[in-house]
Write a protein that binds this ligand. Structure first.
Ligand code: NDP
Ligand code: 8X3
Length: 250
């Protein structure tokens, strides 16, 4: 039985991926800050597989190290790491940008991904085996107006995905990115700081991706034969042609 560690498993893409992998008999380590949700998911998934929860903030380097070091021995052999935790904070022109939003995005989307990877990679190197899935974005391939810092963090994920693949190649570790377009999750609610009406507008007039669509793809990616590495995959809703071209029927 393979073990997968998923960051940001309390919501959206991470939660759907955890559910999909649980149904397909992966052992799970699910991570997030919201303890109540982790407990609920542990209850739900325990009927399907073995589950361990880790409650930490990916921004806090020491907490990340402590959490990963606390993983019980029977979960320690992490086969799959899904670097998913992340969000956009704000959608403002650069001249009006809020430094706290910038810090949050850089600290979570870039530094958090690095801190978690740093703790998980040594075991993979030792075993000469493992699979890292980095959740990037169409915003890591293109920049859009007011997306400035969020797009920069996802471009950084794109670069790190390539860099990790190069550096870990000698150890036989697979590294690949999934870059979604618009997925209807809590993403826009977080971006607009709880403004649910503004968040709903983002997906109005089109059929966006669902978290389950990305989870299904992640399951496909991690169940390919070991000599197959899906290195970089962009997934858009049919109504979306690029970061900014969206066919909305309003
Ligand atoms: P959600 O807001 O639904 O989920 C985000 C997850 O990240 C939550 O589980 C949250 O858990 C976790 N998280 C956020 N901040 C932290 C933190 N500081 N420490 C630990 N965990 C954290 O959004 P999505 O599911 O949509 O987003 C998942 C990933 O997909 C992100 O990297 C996002 O950039 C990317 N993405 C999303 C797209 C979309 O349109 N939705 C499109 C392209 C990429 P908790 O709050 O409990 O800590
Ligand atoms: C999320 C997709 O287009 O809102 O990464 O940036 S987008």
């Amino acid at each position: 039985m393979k073990t997968a560690l998923i960051t940001g498993a309390t919501s959206g893409i991470g939660r759907a991926t955890a559910r999909f992998l649980a149904k397909n008999k992966f052992k799970l380590i699910i991570c997030g800050r919201r303890e109540d949700r982790l407990a609920e998911l542990q209850d739900e998934f325990s009927a399907l597989t073995e589950v361990h929860t880790l409650n930490f903030d990916v921004r806090k380097k020491k907490d990340v190290a402590k959490a990963i070091a606390s993983i019980p021995p029977d979960f320690m052999k992490i086969d799959v790491l899904v670097n998913n935790a992340g969000n956009a904070h704000g959608l403002d022109p650069i001249e009006n940008g809020d430094e706290e939003d910038w810090d949050a995005m850089i600290d979570i989307n870039i530094k958090g991904l690095l801190y978690v990877s740093k703790e998980v990679i040594p075991g993979m190197v030792e075993r000469r085996s493992g699979h890292i899935i980095n959740i990037g974005s169409i915003a890591g391939k293109e920049v859009y107006t007011n997306g400035n810092v969020y797009c920069a963090t996802k471009h950084a994920v794109d670069a790190l995905n390539i860099g990790m693949r190069m550096d870990l190649n000698q150890y036989g570790i697979r590294v690949g990115a999934i870059n979604p377009g618009m997925v209807d999750t809590e993403f826009s609610e977080v971006r607009f700081k709880g403004d649910t009406e503004r968040a709903a507008q983002v997906y109005k007039g089109l059929d966006p991706l669902k978290a389950e669509d990305i989870a299904d793809i992640i399951h496909f990616v991690v169940t390919r034969p070991y000599h197959v590495n899906i290195a970089d995959l962009t997934v858009l809703p049919t109504a979306q042609a690029s970061a900014t071209i969206v066919n909305k029927q309003l």
